[in-house]
Design a protein around this ligand. Structure first.
Ligand SMILES: C[S@@+](CC[C@H](N)C(=O)[O-])C[C@H]1O[C@@H](n2cnc3c(N)ncnc32)[C@H](O)[C@@H]1O
Ligand SMILES: [Zn+2]
Length: 160
């Protein structure tokens, strides 16, 4: 584990990752690691679990998902927030190999020692975001601007 991070119970949910020391804005903290799997593969493997509201999956690109259930590191314990102090940055492989794209967690504001790290998961589901699903994916970040759900509005479709 990087020495500037620590893992412990979170007031938001389960385990969380916290700053072990002051972290300046713009610091690349850790890679979000996990096995590269196709979207179809993860749907086959976890499709039935989407109603649990719990996931260690991160969409890498149109072809691949990073499955942190397998070969994941402590980045998988970082919770989401409606007022995050980090962001997930996708770095594309210079040779265009989509399975070699990578995800890094970087600070977007100065973070005090002891503060929990968060980034916006930006989850959108294929199906309509019904009140039932918004509840299953309820957000408990505790921020004053909390939307109450981890689901984010889907991008408007282009008009034909
Ligand atoms: C990648 S895990 C993060 C680690 C998680 N705290 C744990 O102990 O398993 C992602 C899951 O954590 C929970 N989670 C993360 N941020 C949350 C939030 N702001 N409100 C409620 N649950 C959250 C959700 O169940 C989410 O699917
Ligand atoms: Zn929230």
């Amino acid at each position: 584990m990087p020495r500037n991070l620590t893992l412990r119970r979170s007031p938001i949910h389960g385990n969380g990752v916290f700053a072990a020391r002051h972290l300046p804005s713009g610091t690349r903290l850790i890679e979000y690691r996990g096995k590269r799997r196709s979207h179809d593969e993860v749907d086959d493997c976890y499709g039935g679990d989407y109603d649990s509201g719990h996931t260690f999956l991160f969409t890498l690109n149109e072809e691949y998902v990073v499955d942190a259930n397998v070969q994941g590191n402590i980045a998988r314990w970082i919770n989401t927030s409606c007022d995050p102090n980090c962001e997930a940055v996708i770095v594309e492989d210079p040779k265009g190999r989509r399975d070699r794209d990578r995800i890094f967690i970087e600070t977007i504001k100065p973070i005090r020692a002891g503060e929990e790290l968060t980034y916006d998961y930006g989850i959108t589901l294929d199906e309509p975001h019904t009140p039932r699903l918004r509840k299953i994916w309820a957000c408990r970040c505790g921020k004053s601007n909390c939307t109450g759900t981890m689901l984010r509005p889907k991008r408007p479709r282009k008009k034909k």
